[in-house]
Design a protein around this ligand. Sequence first.
Ligand SMILES: [Mn+2]
Length: 348
Amino acid sequence: MDSVTENKEATKRLQALLAAVRGAEEILILPHNDPDPDAIASALAVRHLLSETSGIESTIIYQGIVGRAENKALVRYLGRPLRQLKARDLAQGLPVALVDTQPGAGNNPMPKDQVPLLVFDHHPMQEATEDVPFADVRSGIGATSTMLLEYLQAAGIEPAQPLATALFYGIKSDTLGLVRGAGPDDVDAYFYLQRLVDLEALVEIERAQVPTEYFRRLHAALHDARCYGKALISYLGPMQRPDLAAEMADLLLRLDGVLWAVCMGAYEDDLVLAVRSRHTRGGAGHLVQAVVGDQGTAGGHGFMAGGHVLLGGRDPELVARGLEMDILKYLRLAGTAPGEALLQDDCA
Ligand SMILES: [Mn+2]
């Protein structure tokens, strides 16, 4: 598509958005649970866009925690623009914008009987999104931040340094520096933002120091990791924050020859699963949905996905071992080769 046609489409989308929010005075912006940099940056961009174009005030609220040291550093740098959801927030009946997630995705606090007014997302389309007055879902895009930058540009707004830095980091982290699921739109957005970025702040964010718990879970993840051919599976034990499983899965996927990394850990009454895939066809989202089934919630893209299984008081390790068998069956690796401990044999 040439840039003139692209600009026309962006303008059309912006006009449709402005029509959808006409008359609204206040909007709640909800990124997905345990928001990542792409969700945080996109939420901030929606807030800025609505305020600049329509004078609408909005509040960014999230469920879960901002866990990763890098994400905490980003939120600190941005002056803490978001707060945790309180029970009464969604009971007020204010219009809601879902960002980097959709109704029915299972990773946001939107009640099933409420329809958001706006949705911006790059995950696969959910059925419930069809009822949303304004929904922009483009699963071919690497980051929601890329989509939001396009709205800002269509509205003639150049993001100030903190927002530009957040959007840049959102694209960079969601696409692993433009190598995972990134398309030409992400590349354009990345290089547009690059000249606006606060480089010193970005270095501080990306090299944020981590607490002892990080190394303890890393030790547990390495100690438990078992290789089954092209799959690596590990149970981390109890975690102080739910996104440690994802952090460890990212790391384990780097092992030579591995196409699948699955990390599981217990957090409160949930068993948290993180799945990473290097398979050319992705498949992480399908895998986690297939093994979690109706035992909890699951979602994600082809290359990264996650889920929660409700423990209901069960022993998390036993549940994790059961899921491990289901994962191996799903990947047709059950019974092919016994798992080899990562730290004892040269697996893969
Ligand atoms: Mn995203």
